[in-house]
Design a protein around this ligand. Structure first.
Ligand code: IFM
Length: 454
């Protein structure tokens, strides 16, 4: 059963919805520069996105109608500090003040993500996360945010999916700024991101003693092929393993330092690349592991694993596996195994900070958007999550990704994850059928979940 104060929510991020990319003194982010050069599907950019910057009141009205208790959104660092550090842009602060006040007036708890990928371009030019000052740059930004907003906002998340803003951006070259760096450099960037997180949590404790702070990484869940002890152990091993070719995309390298105060030393990647860590890394780990209040995980899909010798091996998905419109396997059990493995290892309340599905949504003849498969996707996943909760896993919330259709990074606007359809020509918002399904579920605090399968 879901707790009475379960945080039923939705999530978005600044670059994906705000638009107003150069308005009111905002500085450029790496995504502004990357998209301007036509690097994404259809040469799409976030210049206008969902125009949320000008329409946030309308959007929050819809959120209220949806009945969400929590709204997780990110702040644009260069909207607040156009150069990344130094001068604060008052108009950026004003915008977020209005947004926060509007949420509170509508009874919605704001969950602020400090960083969801729109890195200030001015800092990119100074060497981004490889620069030894980069953790301090982030701290400076975070302190501005806490001073301006923490009188009203009590839930913060430092980073969203470092696996992507380092891995996809600086390892695979698919996301802004589109680079393929050497392992030596990647290890350093990863370390500096985590150091920035630790410094921020330390400052938060002083500046916001009544607030809560977490961290939101991601990663495909390893699910056991069968319920045998051996397969479960194999899946656990796989979930937290770090192989040579998965340095930036794994769970443990990004979470063990923060949650356990150690790097995953017993892994192939650490044996190969641990030597690239700064000499002071053990000292830094004390800062990095400053305790947080809740552990978020973004969970979308999983893979099947079984025992093999004293290790594990992958088992291919069966040929009738369904896939989402973005090509991700639909594996609801990831919302059972993921929280279970994470809670056992990190022992902190879990928030599913993202889970969602891209569907081929379109407006039907009746003017509505009939996305039954999205409601089914959410229902199937929540059903597994509830089983984990009933077995004692402490889950504090679930944030559907996304509140509305938005700019899906390298895919431009071609993938729709929203509960609300956005017509990008007219900016009209149309709540999809799943919006009403989720609304009904929230109203009943999830008690009618099994009913919804009948
Ligand atoms: O749109 C993204 C989001 O920005 C981060 N998590 C995954 C989502 C879907 O790809």
């Amino acid at each position: 059963m879901f707790k009475d104060d379960f945080a039923w929510g939705v999530a978005t991020s600044s670059y994906q919805i705000e638009g107003a990319f150069d308005e009111d003194g905002k500085g450029l982010s790496v995504w502004d520069v990357f998209t301007e050069e036509g690097k994404c599907f259809g040469r799409h950019t976030g210049e206008v996105a969902c125009d949320h910057y000008h329409r946030f009141k309308e959007d929050i009205k819809l959120m209220k109608e949806l009945g969400v208790k929590a709204y997780r959104f990110s702040l644009s660092w260069p909207r607040i500090l156009p150069d990344g550090v130094g001068k604060v842009n008052q108009k950026g602060i004003d915008f977020y003040n209005e947004l926060i006040d509007c949420l509170l007036e509508n009874g919605i708890e704001p969950y602020i993500t400090l960083f969801h990928w729109d890195y200030p371009y001015e800092l990119e030019k100074k060497g981004n996360w490889s620069n030894p000052d980069s953790p301090k740059w982030f701290l400076e930004y975070a302190e501005v945010v806490f001073k301006e907003f923490a009188d009203r906002v009590k839930h913060f998340i430092t980073f969203n999916e470092p696996q992507c803003f380092i891995g996809l951006a600086y390892d695979k070259g698919e996301h802004a700024p589109g680079l393929k760096c050497l392992k030596r450099d990647l290890v350093l960037k990863m370390h500096n991101v985590m150091l920035a997180h630790g410094l921020t949590v330390k400052a938060f404790r002083k500046l916001v003693p009544d607030g809560k702070i977490g961290y939101a990484p991601c990663g495909d869940v390893a699910m056991p092929l069968t319920d045998s002890k051996e397969d479960i152990e194999a899946a656990r091993k796989r979930y937290f393993d770090v192989t040579a070719n998965n340095l930036t995309g794994n769970v443990a390298w990004w979470s063990d330092p923060i949650m356990l105060g150690t790097y995953p030393e017993d892994t192939e990647a650490f044996r190969l690349y641990g030597k690239y860590l700064p000499k002071s890394y053990k000292e830094d780990l004390k800062i990095i592991s400053e305790p947080i209040d809740f552990y978020c995980q973004n969970i979308y899909t999983g893979s099947r694993v079984r025992a093999a010798g004293d290790g594990y091996e992958y088992v291919k998905h069966s040929v009738d596996m369904p896939y989402t419109a973005i090509g991700w396997a639909i594996t609801p059990k990831n919302l059972y195994w993921g929280p279970k493995f994470l809670y056992e290892r990190y022992k902190k309340p879990i928030i599913i900070s993202e889970n969602g599905i891209a569907c081929n949504d379109f407006i039907a003849l009746d003017g509505k958007v009939h996305d039954q498969s999205r409601s089914d996707f959410i229902g199937l996943h929540l059903n597994e999550l509830e089983t984990a909760i009933d077995e004692g896993i402490d889950v504090a919330g679930y944030m559907y990704w996304s509140f509305m259709d938005n700019f899906e990074w390298a895919y431009g606007y071609s993938k729709r994850f929203g509960l609300v359809y956005v017509n990008y020509e007219t900016m009209e918002r149309i709540p999809k059928d799943s919006f009403y399904w989720y609304q009904n579920l929230i109203k009943n605090n999830g008690r009618n979940l099994s009913e919804s399968f009948k």
